[in-house]
Design a protein around this ligand. Structure first.
Ligand SMILES: C[S@@+](CC[C@H](N)C(=O)[O-])C[C@H]1O[C@@H](n2cnc3c(N)ncnc32)[C@H](O)[C@@H]1O
Length: 321
Protein backbone atom coordinates (compact mmCIF):
# COMPACT_ATOMS: atom_id res chain seq x y z
CA UNK A 1 0.00 0.00 0.00
CA UNK A 2 1.69 3.19 -1.14
CA UNK A 3 0.59 6.75 -0.55
CA UNK A 4 -0.15 7.42 -4.22
CA UNK A 5 -2.13 4.18 -4.68
CA UNK A 6 -4.51 5.10 -1.85
CA UNK A 7 -4.63 8.78 -2.81
CA UNK A 8 -5.53 8.09 -6.46
CA UNK A 9 -8.13 5.52 -5.45
CA UNK A 10 -10.06 7.87 -3.12
CA UNK A 11 -12.83 10.29 -4.24
CA UNK A 12 -12.34 14.11 -3.89
CA UNK A 13 -13.25 14.63 -0.20
CA UNK A 14 -11.57 11.37 0.78
CA UNK A 15 -8.31 12.64 -0.72
CA UNK A 16 -8.34 15.71 1.55
CA UNK A 17 -9.16 13.70 4.69
CA UNK A 18 -6.50 11.12 3.85
CA UNK A 19 -3.88 13.83 3.25
CA UNK A 20 -4.81 15.52 6.56
CA UNK A 21 -4.57 12.24 8.50
CA UNK A 22 -1.25 11.40 6.86
CA UNK A 23 0.20 14.80 7.77
CA UNK A 24 -0.86 14.36 11.43
CA UNK A 25 0.52 10.81 11.48
CA UNK A 26 3.82 11.86 9.95
CA UNK A 27 4.17 14.77 12.38
CA UNK A 28 3.69 12.29 15.21
CA UNK A 29 6.27 9.90 13.71
CA UNK A 30 8.69 12.80 13.26
CA UNK A 31 8.56 13.90 16.90
CA UNK A 32 8.46 10.37 18.22
CA UNK A 33 11.53 9.32 16.23
CA UNK A 34 13.50 12.46 17.15
CA UNK A 35 12.83 11.90 20.84
CA UNK A 36 14.11 8.37 20.54
CA UNK A 37 17.37 9.50 18.98
CA UNK A 38 16.63 8.37 15.39
CA UNK A 39 16.00 10.52 12.32
CA UNK A 40 12.50 12.00 12.43
CA UNK A 41 12.73 13.29 8.88
CA UNK A 42 13.72 9.90 7.50
CA UNK A 43 10.99 7.97 9.31
CA UNK A 44 8.24 10.52 8.69
CA UNK A 45 9.24 10.51 5.01
CA UNK A 46 9.13 6.72 4.78
CA UNK A 47 5.75 6.51 6.54
CA UNK A 48 4.35 9.25 4.28
CA UNK A 49 5.36 7.47 1.10
CA UNK A 50 4.61 3.95 2.42
CA UNK A 51 1.89 4.13 5.11
CA UNK A 52 2.06 0.36 5.60
CA UNK A 53 5.49 0.84 7.21
CA UNK A 54 3.83 2.57 10.20
CA UNK A 55 3.14 -0.64 12.22
CA UNK A 56 6.71 -1.76 11.45
CA UNK A 57 7.98 1.56 12.83
CA UNK A 58 6.00 1.00 16.04
CA UNK A 59 7.67 -2.37 16.52
CA UNK A 60 11.28 -1.55 15.64
CA UNK A 61 11.64 1.98 17.07
CA UNK A 62 13.83 2.23 20.18
CA UNK A 63 11.78 1.57 23.29
CA UNK A 64 10.59 4.36 25.54
CA UNK A 65 13.50 6.48 26.62
CA UNK A 66 14.36 6.48 30.26
CA UNK A 67 18.11 6.43 30.00
CA UNK A 68 20.42 9.28 29.06
CA UNK A 69 23.93 8.88 27.71
CA UNK A 70 26.36 10.81 29.86
CA UNK A 71 28.80 11.09 27.00
CA UNK A 72 26.75 12.30 24.04
CA UNK A 73 23.52 13.23 25.93
CA UNK A 74 21.25 11.25 23.63
CA UNK A 75 18.16 9.58 24.99
CA UNK A 76 18.52 5.83 24.96
CA UNK A 77 16.24 2.80 25.05
CA UNK A 78 15.35 1.77 28.55
CA UNK A 79 17.51 -1.35 28.87
CA UNK A 80 20.71 0.24 27.54
CA UNK A 81 23.89 -0.63 29.33
CA UNK A 82 26.10 1.37 27.00
CA UNK A 83 25.19 4.03 24.47
CA UNK A 84 24.80 2.61 20.98
CA UNK A 85 25.44 6.04 19.42
CA UNK A 86 28.81 6.94 20.91
CA UNK A 87 29.58 3.43 22.23
CA UNK A 88 31.00 4.72 25.48
CA UNK A 89 28.39 6.60 27.45
CA UNK A 90 27.11 5.35 30.75
CA UNK A 91 23.36 5.80 30.74
CA UNK A 92 21.68 7.40 33.68
CA UNK A 93 18.65 5.25 34.42
CA UNK A 94 15.32 6.77 35.28
CA UNK A 95 13.24 4.39 37.30
CA UNK A 96 9.78 3.24 36.45
CA UNK A 97 7.12 3.90 39.07
CA UNK A 98 7.45 1.24 41.80
CA UNK A 99 4.36 -0.61 40.60
CA UNK A 100 5.76 -0.99 37.10
CA UNK A 101 7.65 -4.20 37.66
CA UNK A 102 7.76 -7.13 35.30
CA UNK A 103 7.84 -7.16 31.53
CA UNK A 104 4.08 -7.05 30.94
CA UNK A 105 3.36 -4.16 33.28
CA UNK A 106 6.24 -2.15 31.87
CA UNK A 107 5.02 -2.84 28.37
CA UNK A 108 1.50 -1.68 29.26
CA UNK A 109 2.97 1.40 30.92
CA UNK A 110 4.99 2.14 27.82
CA UNK A 111 1.98 1.86 25.52
CA UNK A 112 0.08 4.14 27.89
CA UNK A 113 2.89 6.73 27.70
CA UNK A 114 2.99 6.50 23.90
CA UNK A 115 -0.74 7.05 23.61
CA UNK A 116 -0.63 9.91 26.10
CA UNK A 117 2.22 11.61 24.28
CA UNK A 118 0.41 11.37 20.94
CA UNK A 119 -2.75 12.74 22.54
CA UNK A 120 -0.83 15.72 23.95
CA UNK A 121 0.91 16.47 20.67
CA UNK A 122 -2.24 16.30 18.55
CA UNK A 123 -4.60 18.03 21.00
CA UNK A 124 -2.01 20.66 21.97
CA UNK A 125 -1.37 21.70 18.39
CA UNK A 126 -5.01 21.14 17.36
CA UNK A 127 -6.42 23.41 20.10
CA UNK A 128 -4.53 26.45 18.87
CA UNK A 129 -4.21 25.39 15.23
CA UNK A 130 -6.22 28.34 13.95
CA UNK A 131 -4.07 30.95 15.68
CA UNK A 132 -1.85 31.99 12.80
CA UNK A 133 1.15 32.92 14.94
CA UNK A 134 0.99 29.59 16.77
CA UNK A 135 0.87 27.70 13.51
CA UNK A 136 3.83 29.69 12.16
CA UNK A 137 5.70 29.04 15.42
CA UNK A 138 5.29 25.29 14.98
CA UNK A 139 6.46 25.47 11.38
CA UNK A 140 9.52 27.46 12.43
CA UNK A 141 10.32 25.08 15.30
CA UNK A 142 10.04 22.18 12.88
CA UNK A 143 12.36 23.83 10.39
CA UNK A 144 15.03 24.69 12.98
CA UNK A 145 15.06 21.39 14.75
CA UNK A 146 14.69 19.00 11.82
CA UNK A 147 18.37 18.49 11.07
CA UNK A 148 19.88 18.41 14.54
CA UNK A 149 18.02 17.37 17.63
CA UNK A 150 18.00 19.29 20.89
CA UNK A 151 20.09 16.48 22.35
CA UNK A 152 22.78 17.03 19.74
CA UNK A 153 22.97 20.71 20.69
CA UNK A 154 23.45 19.72 24.32
CA UNK A 155 25.99 17.07 23.30
CA UNK A 156 28.07 19.59 21.36
CA UNK A 157 27.94 22.49 23.78
CA UNK A 158 27.29 20.83 27.14
CA UNK A 159 30.84 19.69 27.89
CA UNK A 160 32.18 23.25 27.44
CA UNK A 161 29.74 24.84 29.87
CA UNK A 162 30.40 25.11 33.57
CA UNK A 163 27.06 23.57 34.63
CA UNK A 164 26.52 20.02 35.96
CA UNK A 165 25.84 18.00 32.85
CA UNK A 166 22.81 16.07 34.19
CA UNK A 167 21.14 19.43 34.68
CA UNK A 168 21.40 20.07 30.93
CA UNK A 169 19.61 16.86 29.94
CA UNK A 170 16.88 17.83 27.53
CA UNK A 171 13.14 17.16 27.79
CA UNK A 172 10.09 19.20 26.85
CA UNK A 173 6.79 20.54 28.13
CA UNK A 174 4.05 19.90 25.54
CA UNK A 175 1.85 22.89 24.69
CA UNK A 176 -1.23 21.28 26.24
CA UNK A 177 0.60 20.82 29.56
CA UNK A 178 1.97 24.39 29.44
CA UNK A 179 -1.58 25.62 28.96
CA UNK A 180 -2.66 23.77 32.13
CA UNK A 181 0.36 25.09 34.04
CA UNK A 182 -0.40 28.69 33.01
CA UNK A 183 -3.95 28.20 34.32
CA UNK A 184 -2.62 26.78 37.60
CA UNK A 185 -0.49 29.91 38.03
CA UNK A 186 -3.44 32.17 37.05
CA UNK A 187 -1.32 34.07 34.52
CA UNK A 188 -2.80 37.37 33.49
CA UNK A 189 -2.03 40.52 31.49
CA UNK A 190 -0.02 42.13 34.31
CA UNK A 191 2.49 39.29 34.58
CA UNK A 192 6.03 39.00 33.28
CA UNK A 193 6.84 35.36 32.55
CA UNK A 194 10.30 33.74 32.84
CA UNK A 195 11.19 30.24 31.64
CA UNK A 196 14.42 29.28 33.44
CA UNK A 197 16.02 26.79 31.05
CA UNK A 198 13.92 27.66 28.01
CA UNK A 199 15.34 25.11 25.53
CA UNK A 200 13.73 25.70 22.13
CA UNK A 201 11.86 28.68 23.62
CA UNK A 202 8.50 27.23 22.59
CA UNK A 203 6.93 27.81 26.04
CA UNK A 204 8.13 31.44 26.05
CA UNK A 205 6.57 32.12 22.63
CA UNK A 206 3.42 30.21 23.57
CA UNK A 207 2.95 32.29 26.72
CA UNK A 208 3.33 35.49 24.72
CA UNK A 209 0.82 34.29 22.10
CA UNK A 210 -1.78 33.34 24.72
CA UNK A 211 -1.47 36.28 27.11
CA UNK A 212 0.37 38.96 25.12
CA UNK A 213 2.66 39.51 28.14
CA UNK A 214 6.41 40.05 28.28
CA UNK A 215 8.04 36.61 28.23
CA UNK A 216 11.69 35.89 28.89
CA UNK A 217 13.64 32.70 28.15
CA UNK A 218 17.03 31.90 29.67
CA UNK A 219 19.23 29.02 28.56
CA UNK A 220 22.90 28.15 28.81
CA UNK A 221 23.02 26.53 25.36
CA UNK A 222 23.97 29.08 22.67
CA UNK A 223 22.29 27.06 19.89
CA UNK A 224 18.90 27.23 21.64
CA UNK A 225 19.19 30.98 22.17
CA UNK A 226 20.33 31.61 18.58
CA UNK A 227 17.38 29.66 17.14
CA UNK A 228 14.97 31.29 19.59
CA UNK A 229 16.18 34.75 18.52
CA UNK A 230 15.82 33.80 14.85
CA UNK A 231 12.22 32.70 15.46
CA UNK A 232 11.58 35.91 17.41
CA UNK A 233 12.85 38.01 14.47
CA UNK A 234 11.10 35.98 11.77
CA UNK A 235 7.70 36.09 13.47
CA UNK A 236 8.07 39.58 15.01
CA UNK A 237 7.67 38.61 18.66
CA UNK A 238 8.28 42.11 20.05
CA UNK A 239 7.61 41.38 23.70
CA UNK A 240 9.81 38.29 23.94
CA UNK A 241 13.43 38.25 25.12
CA UNK A 242 16.07 35.55 25.33
CA UNK A 243 19.14 35.66 27.52
CA UNK A 244 22.07 33.31 27.11
CA UNK A 245 23.84 32.12 30.22
CA UNK A 246 23.44 30.40 33.56
CA UNK A 247 20.08 31.32 35.06
CA UNK A 248 21.78 31.51 38.45
CA UNK A 249 23.56 34.66 37.16
CA UNK A 250 20.45 36.24 35.67
CA UNK A 251 18.50 39.25 36.88
CA UNK A 252 15.06 38.10 38.10
CA UNK A 253 13.86 41.54 39.25
CA UNK A 254 11.29 42.02 36.48
CA UNK A 255 9.66 38.57 36.66
CA UNK A 256 6.35 37.88 38.37
CA UNK A 257 5.93 34.25 37.25
CA UNK A 258 8.84 31.80 36.90
CA UNK A 259 8.60 28.40 35.24
CA UNK A 260 11.34 25.87 36.08
CA UNK A 261 11.38 22.34 34.66
CA UNK A 262 13.58 21.24 37.51
CA UNK A 263 13.20 17.46 37.23
CA UNK A 264 16.85 16.80 36.36
CA UNK A 265 18.38 19.76 38.20
CA UNK A 266 20.80 18.69 40.93
CA UNK A 267 19.98 19.61 44.57
CA UNK A 268 22.64 22.36 44.70
CA UNK A 269 21.23 24.13 41.63
CA UNK A 270 17.70 23.85 43.05
CA UNK A 271 18.83 25.25 46.41
CA UNK A 272 20.66 28.18 44.74
CA UNK A 273 17.63 28.94 42.60
CA UNK A 274 15.35 28.94 45.64
CA UNK A 275 17.75 31.33 47.38
CA UNK A 276 17.58 33.79 44.46
CA UNK A 277 13.84 34.30 45.07
CA UNK A 278 14.58 35.78 48.51
CA UNK A 279 14.96 39.18 46.83
CA UNK A 280 11.80 38.80 44.70
CA UNK A 281 8.74 40.88 45.64
CA UNK A 282 6.05 39.27 47.80
CA UNK A 283 3.48 37.59 45.56
CA UNK A 284 5.97 36.38 42.93
CA UNK A 285 4.85 32.95 41.67
CA UNK A 286 7.28 30.13 41.00
CA UNK A 287 6.33 26.91 39.26
CA UNK A 288 8.62 23.92 39.69
CA UNK A 289 8.40 20.40 38.32
CA UNK A 290 8.95 17.20 40.38
CA UNK A 291 10.60 18.96 43.37
CA UNK A 292 9.25 21.46 45.88
CA UNK A 293 11.37 24.47 46.85
CA UNK A 294 11.37 23.84 50.56
CA UNK A 295 12.51 27.22 51.93
CA UNK A 296 10.84 29.56 54.47
CA UNK A 297 10.36 32.44 51.99
CA UNK A 298 8.33 30.32 49.53
CA UNK A 299 5.01 28.65 50.20
CA UNK A 300 3.38 25.96 48.04
CA UNK A 301 -0.14 27.15 47.18
CA UNK A 302 -1.08 24.83 44.34
CA UNK A 303 -0.29 21.49 42.79
CA UNK A 304 -1.04 19.74 39.50
CA UNK A 305 0.06 16.70 37.60
CA UNK A 306 0.81 17.10 33.92
CA UNK A 307 2.52 15.28 31.10
CA UNK A 308 6.06 16.00 29.91
CA UNK A 309 7.98 14.44 27.05
CA UNK A 310 9.26 11.72 29.41
CA UNK A 311 6.09 11.04 31.41
CA UNK A 312 3.83 12.49 34.10
CA UNK A 313 5.29 14.73 36.80
CA UNK A 314 3.96 16.77 39.70
CA UNK A 315 3.97 20.52 39.22
CA UNK A 316 4.11 22.87 42.23
CA UNK A 317 3.01 26.47 42.40
CA UNK A 318 4.87 28.51 45.05
CA UNK A 319 4.34 32.06 46.14
CA UNK A 320 6.91 34.42 47.65
CA UNK A 321 5.63 35.20 51.15
C1 LIG B 1 14.14 20.13 30.63
S1 LIG B 1 14.63 21.44 29.53
C2 LIG B 1 13.15 22.42 29.57
C3 LIG B 1 12.87 23.18 28.28
C4 LIG B 1 11.61 24.04 28.30
N1 LIG B 1 11.60 24.94 29.42
C5 LIG B 1 10.36 23.21 28.34
O1 LIG B 1 9.65 23.26 29.34
O2 LIG B 1 10.07 22.51 27.36
C6 LIG B 1 15.74 22.28 30.61
C7 LIG B 1 16.61 23.34 29.94
O3 LIG B 1 17.32 24.00 30.96
C8 LIG B 1 18.58 24.38 30.47
N2 LIG B 1 19.46 24.58 31.65
C9 LIG B 1 19.78 23.68 32.59
N3 LIG B 1 20.53 24.24 33.56
C10 LIG B 1 20.67 25.55 33.22
C11 LIG B 1 21.33 26.66 33.83
N4 LIG B 1 21.99 26.53 34.99
N5 LIG B 1 21.26 27.85 33.21
C12 LIG B 1 20.57 27.99 32.05
N6 LIG B 1 19.92 26.99 31.43
C13 LIG B 1 19.98 25.77 32.00
C14 LIG B 1 18.98 23.23 29.56
O4 LIG B 1 19.91 23.64 28.60
C15 LIG B 1 17.64 22.84 28.95
O5 LIG B 1 17.46 23.48 27.72
Amino acid sequence: MQFLDVFNYLPGKGKIIFLFVMILLCLWVYFDAEKRGISGLLWAGIVFLFPMVFPVYLIIRPKYFIAFCKNCYRILPRDSINCYFCKKGIPLERDYPPTMTGFFRRWVYQVFLDITRTYHQIVGIGLFFFKKKFLMLNIKLLSFYSWGTCHQLVATEGPNIDIPIDTLTYGETPFLSAWKIFALASLDKKDVFYDLGSGTGHIVFFCNILYGIKSVGIDAITGFIDYSNKIKEALSFDNVTFWEGNFLDADFSEGTVFFIVSTVFDPVTRAELAEKFKTSPVGTRIITVTHIMDVPHLKVIGKGRVFFSWGYEDVYLHVRT
